[in-house]
Design a protein around this ligand. Structure first.
Ligand SMILES: Nc1ncnc2c1ncn2[C@@H]1O[C@H](COP(=O)(O)OP(=O)(O)OP(=O)(O)O)[C@@H](O)[C@H]1O
Length: 359
């Protein structure tokens, strides 16, 4: 696939504070990217830099093989062919749906404007609302108008800042699938910011996890969830809980038993254990609730700290009872069996694909 967006070593300062730090990002034509990361990590600043609302102090942005931004050259926002949809949609309340959509294409002839508006209204199922004002529309309809307005000038790239956060949870999934289908149909490349990883699974082809002005991992959502490349990525995405572990010969020792490693796993864990200066690092294993099981024949090694009722059964937070544990490990566990607070149980970790990180 050809690369539509190429960001190299991009750094952006806001009020002399470095917000984006040597960030790299590549996106192919027609791909939809979901951008996630803790609040304040720089997601909106990245969209602003791509759209032309923030200037880089270093690095470059290329769109469709054209340099649009570096520390010397800066193509203004209106000449970039980038559409942006803000969280509150930023529609004009005193204009009708049709006038809102016409806003970005005033340089088209009147007949061209009419044709473009009519096709977008039909595409976004808004034809019957053409002459209504914004306040006469539902949240989902307003969002469709925002999309129609952004698509009207035929942008090369669409940027969406938390596009679904104002939509009723029951309608959100339906709307996401509908808009995804539309973007795919038009072969539009898009980047959307969200705080909800489930939205990335529904809407995106790729996911980028950001922290402190950098992209930590960029891949398909499934690949990232199966193989997070760092402790920070797994922790941010809440892919499981953490269990301290120690490498002993070809086994990993945990508060809930020993796990035998394959040769490949052993090599990987050994590498994680060694820090740059050669000293030994503290290791943690990512534990998903489905890897744990109650093993009634063994002595108790965990204590029930918290119980909640969920659709998957009782959800327990269990703390390890291992005597040599300095900091107690707390793991998540689901069971149909009703346990009581402070009850002591024997837990075991079943063999599973091991994900170990140094902290
Ligand atoms: N105009 C500005 N001047 C100075 N600092 C700013 C400005 N805008 C944002 N920042 C700071 O830049 C950092 C990144 O902000 P940004 O809005 O890009 O983060 P974000 O990841 O989108 O956050 P959120 O998820 O909360 O929307 C934050 O620390 C923020 O306080």
């Amino acid at each position: 696939m050809t690369s539509l967006l190429e960001i190299n070593q991009l750094s952006v300062k806001l009020q002399s504070k470095l917000i984006l730090q040597q960030l790299d990002l590549n996106l192919s034509a027609g791909e939809i990217l979901g951008l996630v990361g803790a609040s304040g990590c720089g997601k909106t600043t990245l969209l602003n830099a791509i759209a032309g609302f923030a200037k880089p102090c270093a690095g470059s942005i290329q769109l469709d093989n054209r340099l649009i931004s570096d520390s010397e050259q800066f193509i203004p926002a209106q000449d970039r062919h980038v559409g942006m949809i803000f969280q509150d949609y930023a529609l004009f309340p005193h204009l009708s749906v049709k006038q809102n959509i016409a806003f970005g294409i005033s340089d088209y002839s009147l007949s061209e404007q009419e044709a473009r508006i009519d096709s977008l209204l039909a595409l976004l199922k808004l034809s019957e609302h053409k002459d209504k004002y914004i306040h006469q529309l539902s949240g989902g309809q307003q969002q469709r108008v925002a999309i129609a307005r952004a698509l009207a000038p035929q942008p090369k790239l669409l940027l969406l800042d938390e596009p679904f956060s104002n939509i009723d949870a029951r309608l959100r999934n339906e709307l996401m699938l509908e808009i995804r289908q539309l973007l795919k149909q038009l072969n539009i490349t898009a980047i959307f910011v969200t705080h909800n990883k489930d939205e990335v699974f529904t809407f995106a082809d790729k996911m980028a996890v950001m922290a402190h002005g950098k992209i930590l991992q960029l891949d398909s959502p499934t690949a990232i969830c199966q193989q997070p490349n760092s402790w920070q990525v797994a922790d941010f995405l809440q892919l499981g809980t953490w269990l301290s572990c120690e490498l002993k010969k070809n086994e990993l020792d945990t508060a809930f038993g020993l796990l035998t490693l394959t040769d490949t796993e052993y090599d990987l864990v050994k590498k994680k254990q060694q820090s740059v200066d050669g000293s030994s690092q503290k290791l943690v294993m990512l534990i998903k609730p489905q890897y744990l099981e109650i093993n009634e024949d063994n002595p108790a090694n965990a204590c029930v700290e918290h119980i909640s009722v969920t659709e998957q059964g009782y959800h327990y937070t269990l703390a390890s009872l291992s005597p040599n544990d300095t900091a107690k490990d707390k793991v998540s566990f689901y069971s149909q069996q009703l346990l009581t607070i402070k009850e002591k149980i024997a837990l075991k970790v079943n063999p599973h694909p091991i994900l170990v990180y140094s902290q």
